[in-house]
Design a protein around this ligand. Sequence first.
Ligand SMILES: NC(=O)c1ccc[n+]([C@@H]2O[C@H](COP(=O)([O-])OP(=O)(O)OC[C@H]3O[C@@H](n4cnc5c(N)ncnc54)[C@H](O)[C@@H]3O)[C@@H](O)[C@H]2O)c1
Length: 357
Amino acid sequence: MEINKGTVNKEFWNTKRVFLTGHSGFKGSWLSLWLQSMGAIVKGYALAPNTTPNLFTEAQVFEQMESEFGDIRDLKLLSKSMSDFDPEILIHMAAQPLVRLSYLEPVDTYTTNVMGTVNVLEAARSCSNLKAIVSVTTDKCYENNEWEWGYRENEAMGGHDPYSSSKGCAELVTSAYKRSFFNAENTASVASARAGNVIGGGDWADDRLIPDILKAFEKSTPVVIRNPLATRPWQHVLEPLSGYLVLAQELYTNGKDYAEAWNFGPKDDDCKPVHWILDQLVAHWGEGATWELDKNNNPHEAGFLKLDCSKAASRLKWKPKWNLQLTLKSIVEWHQVYSNGGDIKKQCLKEINTYSS
Ligand SMILES: NC(=O)c1ccc[n+]([C@@H]2O[C@H](COP(=O)([O-])OP(=O)(O)OC[C@H]3O[C@@H](n4cnc5c(N)ncnc54)[C@H](O)[C@@H]3O)[C@@H](O)[C@H]2O)c1
């Protein structure tokens, strides 16, 4: 099948069998809905949602997919789940994704993010119809030199905190599995995807900027901000998800040529400091929205990290679509639909449709 480079191809995904780890999370819920909307046959494997509310439940994500709650640290259960489903495409997103929690629970963070990745790839070895594997890590997998240039895919892995370092380790695991077990022509093509901080409606995790801001705005209390000068490569959740889908299309269609690491980040203009995001959200929200500085002694957080996405632009023809202003506007709109008791699934599908058209 001819696929249009750089765009998510609905026809490609129709009836594809996709095994998705982490489907009950924020990105996983959005991706499940997107895949469902294109006619893919999706099975998700993850822990049950751990926040109330959560997008998985609010948007009834489970309705048009097979959903299994299990731990990726349980190799036996995971292997059975995956081989019973017999996927053609595997997208691995399950992880302990929070930096601050990783300081409190380093062992769980490493076992989930590192051994969990080993288990997912090990389980994948027994799936004979598998053609494409996308292993999702993060921009934080790079050794952060606090410089102003974008990080390229060939730069060193590292990480100051347990989360970042566990994702650097997950990259090394993915690379070793690819070279050791997925090298032959008849094996699945394995790639890893590194994206930055994503934002969007339906993220209720603790300790994430936008959810914390919106929670405080709702209560008309000032948002307490740890680091207003921190700059992050902000992007709407659909941006990296489109990158993962485009990458999976290429892996499936063209195989090993694309079996490597890929960055998916926003344009330079959208690498903005936290205080800029706050000012925008305050303006969109209106009355009751304010913020102040947190004076506590907080654990180390990297100050600046930007991805160089030239490779994805030149070889995958992937480019970010929504600028940060549009992204923030869509988040406030999403949140208002939710606050007014509107149909969240419909709102997500509407955003997916607008994004892809
Ligand atoms: N949200 C971001 O800004 C961001 C940025 C870069 C990369 N990522 C990566 O994207 C992926 C998804 O992140 P998210 O923001 O949706 O996080 P999330 O916390 O909303 O979802 C995490 C998912 O992983 C599952 N999970 C966690 N531990 C598990 C275990 N032991 N066994 C099985 N499932 C387990 C959860 O059940 C959930 O489905 C992660 O790999 C994360 O590191 C996220």
